[in-house]
Design a protein around this ligand. Structure first.
Ligand SMILES: [Zn+2]
Length: 700
């Protein structure tokens, strides 16, 4: 990847699909004047090599890592039946949906000076690409997406666990599987282990919806699956979408100086996402039933890695499926794209229950990311380590908090016990001890450190000018910042240079220095989401947020999963209440095809709704089938058009809808994070007033 244009075009299409109110089509940035001679091999003309301080940090890290333990290398390779020779999978829309060629560089050298050795090791392990036997009767295709797809032999066909993110890669995985071990047998059931998009989005690549409707192919999922697939990502969806550019490094090319894998897997596929609703739900703590003749015990584990999740034990095969509750990493307690903080103690307890319920006899353990574990000793070792990892984080962080350590210090104080640090599967390839420990404090105590000086702090742009003034101005800060940078004291350097950038967003020299600081910090990180966040910020500081128009890429399946109440709640968020001052109305909404009714009221510049009620004297009654309303939600047909052709019926004052529409604001996924990085504020997102599309649920 050499030119800037190719670089921009490498952004996976799914990044666009994450938008809630507008997607990006990226175009090349204008050429910049006086670009310095680029570092050879670096994608960014302003990119720098790792400093000697960064090299020291990585060398020291290497010396403490448990490289003598090579079991992952054997487990990752074990059972390979067939590699996939073609490293690219095309999307039906014509672009590349999946590209493992991008990650071949990881195997080209034993080490890179700009990649943490532990992350490099994990990313090499994730460079598997093919069909594997877990045990006779259980197979996995790995390396076709962020997640793995698993096939379990049933009486009449194959039971599929977690059909990846997009249908094109699932189709390719299924073909590879059928070419070698599938025997032409059909899919007989599908299990969605949890609500994140990388565990169901490709279902249409492997199952015909008619077969699900007819009952031929059951789909099994934890209770409330449909609600939580969507709801986790709607309310703050646009902000999460933007933050994904940092956590997942969506603008960074795969390169020793850029994106080096995501820890859970190499990347997220960029094909078409769909969703077929489950037909059977697991809701008790433990439920046992047969799936295509195979006895399965489901362990319902809500509020662990996802709001709804479940593990599965197959006693006849002594096989334990740990969903995403136990993979080869410390997972996120707090996830940087933004999510409610998870419950590490509850998570640990569910792992403990799996250990004592199934882990005493299980002979193989597999999951939705990474590779399986064989043998009961190994399974117990991994379950015990993961159990303790989450419990320790909960307990020790609270122990420290109870002694006065605050959310602003905990990441510098909390340490994972040495014995767990020595287990590869407890290292931070998705969560990091730093951001997770802050997350635990946030969960129990919230953002405030209890110092009144941080209770109503100035906004950074308001406080920064005072700092700059008191520090003696820009030149002094630049000189000292450069000195700290040159001494390798990057965390100190960022303290002051960030203040300058906040105070002077147009000061490109300051932005470039801060980018240099972030870049070194990025190279030093073991956790991909931290590395990506530093490197993404460096990229945007140097070149600005990529410009481009917005496009639509909605998945009607996902809109169907969004309840009308959730849709109305989201309209309340899209409404700029400052535009609704003084407005007042009461509206009845009736959707006859699903028998729902709502009162929607605007009062006090606030839009509320209540399900199951109708007002006696509404200003307006709107009657529209839910299936037609969905056309408006996905922007296929405006509400105006629905009314004009009689699809929707209005009684009363129809101007209410126009007034409400005028308060709706389009969320733009290109808002500025680092000051002075917005290149084209004139390009605005467009959404219809009553559109509410969760473009894509977020993979994790
Ligand atoms: Zn996942």
């Amino acid at each position: 990847m050499s030119t800037r244009r190719e670089f921009i075009q490498s952004v996976p299409a799914t990044s666009a699909a994450f938008a809630v109110a507008g997607n990006l089509i990226l175009e090349a940035n204008p050429a910049r004047a006086q670009e310095p001679t680029p570092l050879k091999g670096h994608f960014d003309p302003k990119g720098k090599a790792p400093s000697k301080f960064t090299l020291d940090v990585l060398t020291q890290a290497k010396a403490t890592l448990p490289f003598a333990d090579t079991r992952d290398l054997e487990e990752q390779k074990k059972g390979l039946i067939a590699p996939m020779k073609d490293l690219k999978i095309m999307a039906d829309a014509g672009h590349v949906a999946w590209d493992m060629e991008r990650f071949q560089f990881l195997d080209s050298q034993d080490e890179f000076e700009s990649i943490h050795p532990s992350l490099h090791r994990q990313s090499k392990l994730n460079n598997n690409y093919g069909l594997y036997e877990v045990i006779p009767g259980i197979y996995q295709v790995r390396g076709f997406d962020l997640s793995d797809i698993s096939f379990v032999r049933g009486k009449t066909g194959w039971i599929v666990f977690d059909p990846l993110v997009t249908k094109e890669v699932v189709r390719a995985a299924w073909k590879l599987f059928q070419d070698h071990v599938g025997n032409g047998l059909p899919v007989s059931a599908v299990i969605y282990s949890h609500t994140h998009g990388d565990h169901w989005g490709g279902v249409r690549g492997i199952v015909d919806e008619a077969d699900v409707r007819s009952g031929k192919v059951p789909i099994i999922a934890p209770v409330d699956f449909m609600n939580f697939t969507v709801s986790e990502n709607v309310y703050a969806g646009n902000a999460m979408n933007r933050r994904l550019f940092f956590q997942y490094g969506l603008l960074l090319p795969a390169s020793p100086y850029g994106y080096a894998g995501q820890g859970l897997g190499q990347a997220i596929s960029a094909g078409a996402t769909g969703l077929i609703a489950p037909t059977r739900y697991v809701e008790k703590d433990i439920e046992e039933f047969e799936v295509d003749g195979v006895r399965m015990i489901f362990q319902y584990t809500p509020n662990t890695e996802a709001p709804r999740e479940m593990n599965t034990y197959i006693p006849g095969m002594k096989a334990l499926w740990m969903a995403e509750n136990v993979t080869s990493t410390l997972h996120n307690i707090y996830t940087l794209r933004g999510a409610q903080v998870r419950d590490p103690l509850g998570w640990s307890k569910y792992i403990n229950e799996a250990l004592y319920r199934f882990g005493q006899e299980a002979e193989v353990m597999f999951a939705s990311h990474h590779w399986p574990r064989w043998g009961n000793d190994r399974i117990q070792e991994v379950l015990r380590g993961q159990r303790d990892l989450y419990a320790h984080m909960n307990n020790q962080v609270l122990h420290l908090a109870n002694q006065g350590v605050t959310i602003n210090e905990i990441h510098n104080v909390y340490e994972v016990p040495r014995s767990l640090q020595n287990k590869w599967f407890c290292r931070g390839y998705h969560g990091s001890p730093q951001h997770n420990s802050r997350g635990v404090v946030q969960r129990y105590l919230g953002f405030w450190d209890c110092n009144p000086a941080t209770l109503i702090p100035l906004s950074p742009k308001d406080s920064a000018p005072l700092y700059v003034e008191m520090m003696g101005g820009s030149e002094k800060i630049m000189a000292r910042g450069r000195q700290l940078h040159d001494e390798g004291r990057y965390l100190h350097a960022q303290e002051i240079v960030n203040k300058l950038v906040q105070a002077e967003p147009q000061n490109q020299a300051a932005k470039d220095l801060l980018a240099d600081i972030f870049e070194q910090l990025g190279y030093q990180q073991e956790t991909p989401s931290l590395r990506n966040s530093y490197l993404a910020a460096a990229y945007e500081l140097r070149t600005g947020i990529p410009q481009g128009e917005t496009v639509d890429a909605s998945s009607p399946d996902v809109v169907r999963a969004m309840s009308t109440e959730l849709f109305l709640n989201f309209l309340g968020i899209r409404m700029d209440s400052r535009k609704a001052e003084g407005m007042r109305f009461t509206m009845n909404l009736i959707t006859p095809d699903n028998g729902e009714k709502f009162i929607v009221e605007l009062e006090n510049a606030t839009l509320t709704n209540i399900k199951g009620f109708l007002a006696e004297k509404p200003d307006l009654t709107l009657t529209i089938n839910r299936s037609d309303l969905e056309q408006t939600m996905i922007r296929a047909k405006t509400l105006e058009a629905q009314i004009a052709d009689g699809t929707a019926k209005v009684q009363g004052d129809a101007s209410v809808l126009q007034k409400l529409a005028a308060t709706m604001v389009d969320f733009d996924p290109r808002f500025e994070i680092m000051p002075g990085t917005m290149l084209r504020p004139d390009v605005v997102a467009h959404a219809d007033p009553y559109e509410a599309v969760p473009r894509q649920t977020i993979a994790e």
